[in-house]
Design a binder for this molecule. Structure first.
Ligand SMILES: Nc1nc2c(ncn2[C@@H]2O[C@H](COP(=O)(O)OP(=O)(O)O)[C@@H](O)[C@H]2O)c(=O)[nH]1
Ligand SMILES: [Mg+2]
Length: 224
């Protein structure tokens, strides 16, 4: 594996709440170090070519970090421009970061990124598993529902990160593996929607419940 700063590869972006460990994940992947005090990688993007022995191929990546603008929800469509892969990051000890991933960051990808973008999810800070606030199964189920690669990662302990980038690369390079994993969830999503519709029909929702739901939805939207 080699690393350079020339823009030659496929654009991969990381997104998620501030403080979840995006910059640390990139540093660990590129430099092999854990630097908890470094606010940024000092560049818009860093490049690395990875080997994918499973496909007997190499893959050049240009990895884009945010400059901290996610704190103000100020990520524009330009961040996603030409991106081929995206990693959504949350931290397993902070429920809010998972909810925001689902309700804010994933919808932003849907809105701005290429519809064929390959998505990965990193449940970071897995070294803090004793303080887990998001069950692994819940995260895996969500990943499956959107056809994303899922990995628990720790930038601190160097766990799961190389695997995540590699599996994302495999999905990007191998259209067949991508087809299998993205077709399945769509069918499941359809079934779930159907079930939801049926159960809704059977429940009499009174006005109070509707008002409460509307309020909650408004609150969620405003949080993004
Ligand atoms: N325990 C633990 N802490 C981490 C890990 N990754 C990042 N951190 C901590 O989380 C803080 C925020 O990380 P950073 O990469 O700046 O987050 P970003 O805002 O998403 O880029 C850092 O200061 C680290 O102390 C990890 O895998 N385990
Ligand atoms: Mg950062």
């Amino acid at each position: 594996m080699s690393s350079s700063t020339e823009e030659t590869g496929n654009k991969l972006v990381l997104i998620g709440d501030s403080g979840v460990g995006k910059t640390c994940i990139i540093s660990r992947f590129i430099k092999g170090t854990f630097d908890p005090n470094s606010p940024s990688n000092g560049a818009s993007y860093v490049s690395k070519t990875i080997e994918i022995p499973e496909l007997n191929q190499e893959l050049a990546l240009d990895i884009w970090d945010t400059a901290g603008q996610e704190k103000y929800r100020a990520i524009t469509k330009f961040f996603f421009q030409n991106a081929k892969m995206v990693i959504l990051v949350y931290e397993i000890t902070r429920r809010e970061s998972f909810d925001n991933m689902k309700n804010c960051w994933y919808p932003l990808i849907k809105e701005h990124a290429d519809p064929d973008i390959v998505i990965g999810i990193a449940g970071n800070k897995s070294d803090l598993y004793l303080e887990e606030d998001v069950p692994e199964k819940e995260a895996k189920d969500f990943a499956k529902s959107i056809g994303a690669v899922f990995k628990l990662t720790s930038a601190q302990n160097n766990s799961g990160i190389d695997d995540l980038f590699k599996e994302l690369g495999i999905k990007f390079l191998d259209p067949n593996s991508e087809k299998i994993s993205s077709d399945t969830p769509k069918t499941e999503q359809k079934n779930e929607k159907k079930k939801e519709k049926e159960s809704k029909r059977n429940i009499k929702i009174n006005k109070k419940d509707v008002d409460k739901k509307n309020k909650e939805q408004k609150k969620k939207k405003n949080n993004c």
